[in-house]
Design a protein around this ligand. Sequence first.
Ligand code: GUN
Ligand code: ZN
Length: 370
Amino acid sequence: METHANKCLQFNIIKECSVSKARTSFMVLPHYTVKTPVFMPVGTQGTLKGLLPEQLEALDCHIILGNTYHLGTRPGPELIKKAGGLHKFMGWNRALLTDSGGFQMVSLLSLAEITEEGVKFESPYGGSNCMLSPEESIHIQNAIGADIMMQLDDVVKTTTTGPRINWVDRCIEAHQNPETQNIFPIVQGGLDNELRIKCIKALMERDVNGFAIGGLSGGEAKTSFWRIVNLCTDYLPKDNPRYLMGVGFASDLVVCVALGIDMFDCVFPTRTARFGCGLTESGQINLKKQAYQCDYRPIEEHCDCSTCQRYTRAYLHSIVTVDTVACHLLTVHNISFQMRLMKSIQKSIEEDEFPEFVRDFMRKCFVNKE
Ligand code: GUN
Ligand code: ZN
């Protein structure tokens, strides 16, 4: 079988923690060099809801995530390809990662059905039946032109047993741009150690430059979650980036960095902003609550984001239910919060102070509650 060598990703580890599996690196991608551990904000339709590419740049965001399922439907692969790819189309010059689409369909549309051929679903934009095959997912992702594409995966619910499908070889085979785009396979296997190990061993035989861990953002017990992440990073190669999909709570980021994860994405910071919530070191605060009516402090005292520089909790409280601009202000703060957290993590690993960082972080997060 012909395999396509991935030649467009370099993973240069700068420093490893001496007591945990944490590491910090420069991941060199075609459009940008991404410092890790990294959190990737999620843009669904080629925009990050409530934020412009220039604002993301100002927040020192190196990489964002786009969605094949959404972009493939609207505006569609032909239009994006004609525009010269999604980078050009949306005016984002830094790194971009696209998820393959299957997970979004299964999680958004309860009617999606997994068959050998692909993911079968009823289009939400029209009544007809559609099929997202591995080849179609890669075709769309090639048109989008992201620095990293994801294989189409069969997300195993933590309760599923029995044989599952893996489309990784069909994805690799369909990939047209191996010189400019990477493809990451996704480790599945639910909460079963043996299934996870079996999947990792099979994926490691493929010619790829990084690995993702999927199927773990579904509300399983933390102990199971940590066990599987720890197991996966024990078996995955040390010299490739490891991407934990769909994880974005601050405490999960800190723990999973310690377990050897390099990349994360989650809709949580942007979604919770749209619900009126701001992230702080001691958890999230809901600005809709009466408690903030006369609170003249910024969302977070030491935050240097443009929202915290100008606006108080009281002001945000007063506009949060009347104007969507409040959601934009909260999104700026929340993304700024995530970026700052990852920067502090990177810095602490570099300076050999990651254990102290974790201790401080956990104290603020769980002990010193206001
Ligand atoms: N996002 C969060 N979890 C997953 C997963 O298991 N697979 C894919 N493709 N995307 C995800
Ligand atoms: Zn702020």
